[in-house]
Design a protein around this ligand. Structure first.
Ligand SMILES: Cc1ncc(C[n+]2csc(CCOP(=O)(O)OP(=O)(O)O)c2C)c(N)n1
Ligand SMILES: [Mg+2]
Length: 793
């Protein structure tokens, strides 16, 4: 693609239009749309202006349909404006920017209509998403699934202060380990963050760091006007002055304008000779235009920089920009939340020949022939393949997932056994599973799967220990066919990797079924990335194990308390905590189907799956899993012991505390014959089912529909007490009392852990059979229940 003058002129005109439309969108939301209460836009106008030119260069010229982009969150109006020019965004949604059902404040895959590739919002995550998406593309290609589709470049538009986010550095290191390709990060180097002007010389740190990780670095600092001025007599001195000018001063002068620049330049480098003449030849406006002509704001410079890349190595572009460029707030250190006044907007509108009432007209005020602009937009390479959301057919899930049974097992062990069986078989499901783990592959029981299916790497790499005949239970053979991606310890990387793998059907048109493992407490370490992955509707299964105080001797640093509540609260994630391995097999089967189901409203839609597992080996129940039980396990609960007609106490448990619950019921049963034992496999699904049933009944009066938990508890009288018990925060199950108005004693863990045996800790935290019996006693009348041994102190 040439950079001839006519083309550049067209692109520059479109970039100006993008700046106008994005600013007008923000202005409209603040000053024109009625009832903007609470919707005041902060942090958009100046940030957007900074990127308008760079994004125009990319979208109108450089990008190809296969390329994918993560847009800096606050440049969302720029993205929407570009899509509006393409005809993919409606005026209605722009007029309603940040309003109910309007264009989103931050680009959203799930909520916006204009083909957002990757959601952004929490800074740093979209950036890393592009890196992992590139690795996923490599995975798809290595497995022979790219067919004839060309490789896309994964591109992030990054704020310079966004680079402070640690997850970006974690991703960089991982990318280096995995021989990253096809990734461009374009840093909007406006030297401003939200609060402040950034440190001097930051670019040099960026440059050294990126080069250190094997990236190319392209610094786009001067626009063509500047370059031409530098070639004039005295230009060298001007260039030196620009290079030496502190960030704060440059920003302040950009805000103050041409006259201020003139004064400073004359005072600092005026020589009554060529330098002074260079400055004097320009009016104030021309001088400001020159000094604002940093590389990022110069169409020709950006196009040149992008088009010069003729390889697939990762590239970091550091493009110099001015925050708020072209707007009255440009360069001001407080401009992050800055808005233009009505008067300022009026002036700017008139200066651009935009007639009142024609602010939304796509080509209003541009000198170019509208037909030519239209033809130009229609021919933009990025747009040639139509809509960008791809789809992939569902992978069939067998009716049952098998495993080798044993009398005593933990759910973690069961997880390994189920995957081992899948690995042994040759189902399509197994071929589409990709496992990944942040250095806890073996300790989360993925070893057997990895032994059979191998590790993924673009190049073969044999297990040297094996070649040297050193005995080991694990074979670590890397190959392009491998199905396990071994990550470094960073949990943020795990979740962003799952996010990238879990969007493969939509990005690559090839479905992957990612399964990630980590220790349950470290979910909190990657929580924002987990939330991010769910927000953009990536589909994955995460097995978090070990969990809770069943990890007894490890102590408080490794025991999780809050994760069951995360499981309930996290949207897009169905959370399970089975006790027995036959339940886990049912849940995983359901999970692989759920991961492929279309997203939809409430309970019907698909999503991701969280399995909270344990290393505690417990006696397994021997039973056939019939269709009813199968259904109940996935709905979240079943009666392990049905309550009798005179039931006055129910024990409801989740997960690894099953033996204590069963034991307690045995003792309570001696004096209360009708006691019920409720096995809860998913507090999350039960709760979600209950709230959506209530909503349905409210919304459609007369509908009799009861949720699963309401049906299960229906036979209980109001006087029946419920003791809930979980190796996690008691609030996870405490709500059960509200379903039908039963009194509840909720047992669980609320304080940081101790080291000890499981028995010690269950006694200490009150999760043992005696504690359950005590709680039951407090809820019932009648004779005390016999305790099986004296409570230890
Ligand atoms: C994780 C996270 N923390 C804080 C914020 C709030 N925030 C939004 S933008 C921003 C600073 C952005 O500076 P920069 O990346 O340089 O972009 P610019 O404003 O210059 O466009 C902050 C702190 C956020 N969106 N995400
Ligand atoms: Mg910045």
């Amino acid at each position: 693609m040439g950079t001839d003058a006519a083309r550049l002129e067209m692109l520059s005109a479109l970039a100006r239009k993008v700046l106008w439309l994005s600013s007008w969108t923000i202005h409209h939301a603040n000053h024109i749309r009625p009832n903007t209460d609470g919707l005041k836009v902060g942090g958009h106008q100046a940030s957007s202006a900074s990127l308008a030119n760079i994004m125009s260069a990319l979208y109108f010229s450089v990008l190809r349909p296969q390329d994918r982009v993560a847009v800096k969150p606050h440049a969302s109006p720029v993205f929407h404006a570009i899509q509006y020019l393409f005809g993919h965004q409606t005026r209605d949604k722009l007029e309603n920017f940040r309003g109910y059902k309007g264009a989103q404040s931050y680009p959203s895959r799930t909520k916006d209509v204009d083909d957002v590739d990757f959601s952004t919002g929490s800074v740093g995550l979209g950036v890393a998403q592009t890196l992992f998406s590139s690795l996923v593309q490599d995975y798809v290609k290595a497995h022979g699934w790219m067919k004839d589709r060309p490789e896309g470049r994964m591109i992030a538009l990054v704020g310079d202060a966004e680079m402070d986010e640690g997850n970006i550095f974690e991703a960089l290191l991982e990318g280096w380990k995995q021989s990253l390709r096809n990734t461009w990060w374009v840093v909007d180097y406006n030297r401003q963050s939200l609060d402040a002007v950034v440190r001097e010389g930051l670019w040099a740190k960026f440059e050294a760091m990126f080069r250190n990780f094997g990236w190319d670095v392209v610094i786009v600092k001067y626009g063509k006007l500047m370059q031409a001025a530098f070639a004039e007599p005295g230009g060298e001195a001007l260039k030196r002055w620009i290079d030496n000018c502190p960030n704060q001063m440059y920003a302040a002068l950009c805000f103050q304008g041409g006259a201020a620049f003139r004064k400073h330049l004359q005072d600092d480098i005026g020589d009554q000779g060529p330098v002074s003449q260079l400055i004097d030849r320009r009016s104030d406006d021309e001088l400001l235009a020159l000094m604002s002509n940093l590389g990022g704001h110069d169409m020709a410079s950006m196009i040149e920089a992008f088009e010069a890349i003729d390889h697939d190595r990762p590239v970091c572009f550091i493009a110099y920009t001015i925050k708020g460029v072209g707007l009255p707030m440009q360069g001001h250190k407080d401009n992050h939340a800055g808005l233009m006044t009505v008067a300022q907007m009026e002036k700017w509108r008139a200066a651009q020949n935009i007639r009142p009432g024609h602010e939304w007209d796509r080509f209003e005020g541009l000198a170019q022939d509208p037909a030519k602009l239209e033809a130009f937009l229609a021919a933009v390479p990025f747009n040639q393949d139509g809509r960008r959301r791809l789809t992939a057919p569902e992978i069939e899930v067998p009716r049952e997932l098998a495993f080798k049974p044993a009398a005593q097992m933990s759910t973690q062990q069961g997880f390994g056994l189920i995957l081992n069986e899948l690995a042994r078989g040759d189902t399509e499901l197994a071929s589409r599973i990709v496992t990944t783990s942040p250095d806890v592959t073996v300790s989360t029981n993925l070893g057997a799967w990895v032994n059979r299916r191998g590790l993924f790497a673009k190049a073969e790499n044999h297990d040297l220990f094996r070649q040297e005949k050193i005995p080991s239970a694990y074979t670590w053979e890397f190959s392009p066919n491998g199905q396990h991606i071994e990550l470094g310890i960073a949990e943020m990387n795990l979740f962003i990797m799952l996010s990238a793998l879990g969007l493969s059907h939509s990005i690559n048109g090839e479905r992957l079924l990612p399964v990630g493992t980590l220790y349950d407490p470290f979910i909190e370490r990657g929580l924002d990335a987990l939330n991010y992955a769910c927000y953009q509707d990536a589909r994955f299964m995460v097995a978090a194990t070990p969990s809770g105080i069943t990890l007894a001797p490890e102590g408080g640093a490794h025991q999780s308390i809050a994760t069951p509540l995360i499981g309930i609260a996290q949207d897009g994630l169905a959370s399970f905590e089975p006790a027995f391995v036959d339940e886990l097999a049912v849940i995983m089967r359901w999970g692989f189907a759920h991961m492929q189901r279309e997203s939809g409203q409430g309970e019907q839609g698909g999503g991701s799956v969280y399995l909270r597992l344990s290393t505690r080996s417990i006696e397994q129940v021997q039973r056939p899993v019939n269709a009813v039980l199968h259904h109940e396990i996935t709905e979240g609960a079943y009666w392990l012991r049905k309550p009798g007609p005179n039931c006055d106490i129910v024990i409801a448990y989740t997960g690894a505390v099953a033996p204590e619950a069963i034991e307690a019921v045995g003792f309570i049963g001696e004096s209360h014959r009708d006691v019920g034992l409720l096995a809860i496999t998913s507090a999350d699904r039960l709760h979600a089912g209950w709230t959506s049933a209530r909503k349905l009944r409210r919304d459609r009066r007369g509908v009799q529909y009861l949720s699963h938990i309401e049906n299960l508890l229906a036979p209980l009288s109001r006087d029946c007490g419920i003791v809930t018990v979980i190796d996690g925060h008691p609030a996870t199950l405490g709500w059960l009392g509200s379903v039908r108005g039963n009194r509840v004693e909720a047992l669980g863990v609320e304080r940081f852990g101790q080291t000890g045996t499981i028995d010690d800790l269950y006694r200490h935290y009150g999760l043992d059979a005696n504690a359950i019996i005590d709680a039951a006693e407090s809820l019932t009348v009648g004779a005390p229940i016999r305790h099986h041994r004296k409570l230890a102190v």
